[in-house]
Design a protein around this ligand. Structure first.
Ligand SMILES: Cc1cc2nc3c(=O)[nH]c(=O)nc-3n(C[C@H](O)[C@H](O)[C@H](O)COP(=O)(O)O)c2cc1C
Ligand code: SF4
Ligand code: SF4
Length: 303
């Protein structure tokens, strides 16, 4: 089977999930192409090769991080640029990553699914993985690793489910459409806040933030000043990966999380931090449900 996986990832979590899906599906003998949708908003249409690959494939996968209980605007822009399929419907699966395991995150795909439906992409499977926060607060390395290890165990089961044609959609919460619509104010709020970003004197002018911004929103003037435009997605890539922690993220600066997660076991007890207290119960439930699913799969395999 030919499978195309298109994803957006601000700070790498969703990319890890996309690559893990791709690896699993490839190991099961399928031809998988993964494509980042960075820069998709800079053109009115998708590159011709990508459109062709999507039309020719047997299944499309779409991945993104949840932003304020919605899909990021860049993912919606991608969906609007998808071709309207004429011949037959295309099986599609969605995967998301988000910092907390709240059921409210399940509403994030509602608008995206509308765009997909009218273009005849049938969403048959949908999965959510808890991954460390890239805004608000930093998860401990221990927690980040636990999340990633859990996702790595769930993804092969989910990939198998998709391949076997077993439909699975996420449970929506009541009034989901209204909540998602209300929370979409984050998108224009993000654009406005993006203009308030600034760079401190710690900057070493390495140019990383300018080069990596998915919407080309950062400009370095001839006088060496940074200009932030009105196309910010609040994806956090510039601030998260700045080697000098020199970027201030406007009104949300106290929520900044700088420096990539290593996803390795903390070596010493001092390095270990305890799990975050916030939403502790929800995380516990997420890990318990994941363990039950992994154990059930192991038992099935043993029988
Ligand atoms: C602007 C913004 C809004 C976010 N909103 C949510 C949210 O509503 N729910 C949630 O659980 N996580 C939220 N997060 C956290 C991210 O979804 C999470 O860290 C994700 O794994 C980041 O993926 P990435 O590294 O692929 O960008 C938000 C992050 C950002 C930057
Ligand atoms: S990534 Fe940081 S140090 Fe590098 S140019 Fe941007 S602000 Fe300056
Ligand atoms: S300015 Fe920073 S946060 Fe905004 S879209 Fe570009 S990389 Fe993302």
């Amino acid at each position: 089977m030919k499978i195309v996986i298109c994803y957006f990832s601000g700070t790498g979590n969703t990319r890890k999930v996309a690559e893990c899906f791709a690896q699993n599906l490839t190991d099961k003998g399928h031809e998988v192409q993964t494509v980042s949708v960075d820069g998709v908003t800079l053109q009115k249409k998708l590159p011709d090769e990508l459109t062709k690959a999507i039309i020719d494939c047997d299944m499309l996968g779409i991945g993104y991080p949840v932003y304020a209980f919605n899909a990021p605007p860049i993912m919606l822009a991608f969906a609007r640029r998808l071709p309207h399929l004429l011949k037959q419907r295309k099986r599609t699966f969605i995967f998301t990553s988000s910092g907390e395991p709240l059921k409210l995150n399940n509403i994030s795909s509602l608008k995206l699914c509308n765009y997909l439906r009218v273009r005849r992409f049938d969403v048959t499977n949908e999965y959510h993985y808890c991954m460390p926060y890239n805004i608000m607060f930093r998860h401990s390395d221990e927690m980040a690793l636990k999340m990633w290890q859990t996702a790595q165990q769930l993804i092969p089961l989910d990939a198998e489910e998709i391949l076997q044609g077993r439909k699975k959609l996420l449970e929506r919460v009541r009034f989901g459409r209204i909540i998602a619509w209300t929370m979409r104010c984050e998108q224009w709020g993000g654009k406005l806040n993006g203009k308030l970003y600034s760079v401190s004197k710690d900057c070493i002018s390495c140019g990383k933030c300018v080069k990596d911004c998915p919407t080309h929103n950062i400009r370095l003037t001839k006088k060496g000043k940074f200009r932030f435009g009105g196309k910010c997605l609040m994806c956090m890539r510039c601030a998260h990966f700045c080697p000098q922690n020199a970027i201030r993220i406007g009104l949300f600066n106290s929520w900044k999380v700088n420096g990539p997660y290593t996803f390795v076991e903390p070596k010493t007890e001092e390095e270990k931090q305890h799990y975050n207290k916030l939403l502790a119960k929800a995380y516990e439930q997420y890990f318990d449900a994941a363990d039950r699913r992994i154990d059930a799969a192991r038992q099935c395999e043993a029988e």
